[in-house]
Design a protein around this ligand. Sequence first.
Ligand SMILES: Cc1cc2nc3c(=O)[nH]c(=O)nc-3n(C[C@H](O)[C@H](O)[C@H](O)COP(=O)(O)OP(=O)(O)OC[C@H]3O[C@@H](n4cnc5c(N)ncnc54)[C@H](O)[C@@H]3O)c2cc1C
Ligand code: SF4
Ligand code: SF4
Ligand code: SF4
Length: 383
Amino acid sequence: MINIQDKKDCCGCGACVQRCPKRCITMQEDKEGFLYPEIDRTCCIDCGLCEKVCPVINQGGNRSPIEVYASKCQVDEIRINSSSGGIFSMLAEKIIENGGVVFGARFNDRWEVVHDYAETIEGIIPFRGSKYVQSVIGETYKQAEVFLKQGRFVLFSGTSCQISGLLHFLRKDYKNLITVDVICHGVPSPLVWCQYLKEIGFIVQDKKPVISGISFRNKRLGWRKYGFEIRYDKEEANFFEMHRNNIFMRGFLHNIYSRPSCYACPAKGGRSQSDITLGDYWGVELYHPEFYDDKGVSAVLINTEKGKRIYSQLKVDGVSTDYNKILLGNSCIEHSVKISKYRDDFFDVLNKSEFSLIGIITKRTRPSLLRRIISYARRITGI
Ligand SMILES: Cc1cc2nc3c(=O)[nH]c(=O)nc-3n(C[C@H](O)[C@H](O)[C@H](O)COP(=O)(O)OP(=O)(O)OC[C@H]3O[C@@H](n4cnc5c(N)ncnc54)[C@H](O)[C@@H]3O)c2cc1C
Ligand code: SF4
Ligand code: SF4
Ligand code: SF4
């Protein structure tokens, strides 16, 4: 049976929980806000299935994509509301048009991030846009399995470890399944996210105005200068900060509160076995200047023949490109991020609760004196 000795050895995919025939595994939150399986040994029959489906114990081999594209959705409104070039929405619409079901991550009514499914074009809109918080996978692998057995087309999207978890859970190659993972920097703690929302005072239900939308990748200043936005029912209350000025994004990008497995990712470098991998094509302006614009360009890695077939049916603008060029601007495709030296200290202090989260992150992400001098010099010289 599953026995986690080191937290980095569990990505929280929930495959073990969903596959256990005796339902004796539940996910429990730890003090950092991440979910881990806990086994009720009194009902375990020692069948070993939980270990067989674990994507950390059974890691796939590295793969290189068979084709690689810079790609953009042709509908501006969709691209602007997507994090990169809007290719996820094009894939999802194609599946829905064929009577299929799409799984992805959305906010629930408490602005937590959860996995869910949709069967309509309107239903896939909440999945649009990256949410930089680990999503709760719930029972979605089981739900996907039911649809697959019914013969429906299923598109399952998520982080690479979630896709690897799904494929291990299914343990069978379904022709009607398309899997799409994202190039993944890591997933921040849901506890830190909730604490952040509470602290900035926006989640209090009896306090007006009420949140109507949250975007981690708002493009009002462009794709490269993306910002964090909270929208309200009263437009004048909207909150926007460029990513590098937003405290939640700063802590995430400094790798302070991602899940421990994200610093030793079990599914990068094609190991998820997904059909398609989507990400940002940072640096596209250098390699394809005629194709670049600041509304967002996706990096599309086609990993399988199945992925190639569905991508070829999309109405998107795309140019073939070189994998190594994408890798240059996006090392997260193959490499895990480096753990912050402040991580342990951050959670120790956070759990003492007498300190404000915003203060704790600000202190641990302050630029060094040298960095401040360089940026001051740049500002005054304009270089
Ligand atoms: C946590 C996270 C880290 C990422 N890190 C990088 C990175 O380092 N480099 C890079 O190039 N790209 C990264 N991406 C991917 C990138 O931000 C876009 O999601 C991707 O390029 C798809 O963009 P799109 O415009 O095609 O569609 P969009 O509509 O922007 O993408 C939505 C897709 O993301 C999925 N998704 C959103 N939030 C989550 C979540 N919390 N958990 C699981 N799935 C989620 C949805 O299910 C859907 O499939 C990351 C995404 C996430 C969620
Ligand atoms: S060994 Fe079997 S019964 Fe026991 S926890 Fe694992 S899956 Fe469940
Ligand atoms: S990685 Fe997934 S399958 Fe493995 S122990 Fe963690 S939740 Fe269970
Ligand atoms: S970095 Fe790896 S372990 Fe972490 S969420 Fe992404 S795919 Fe999963």
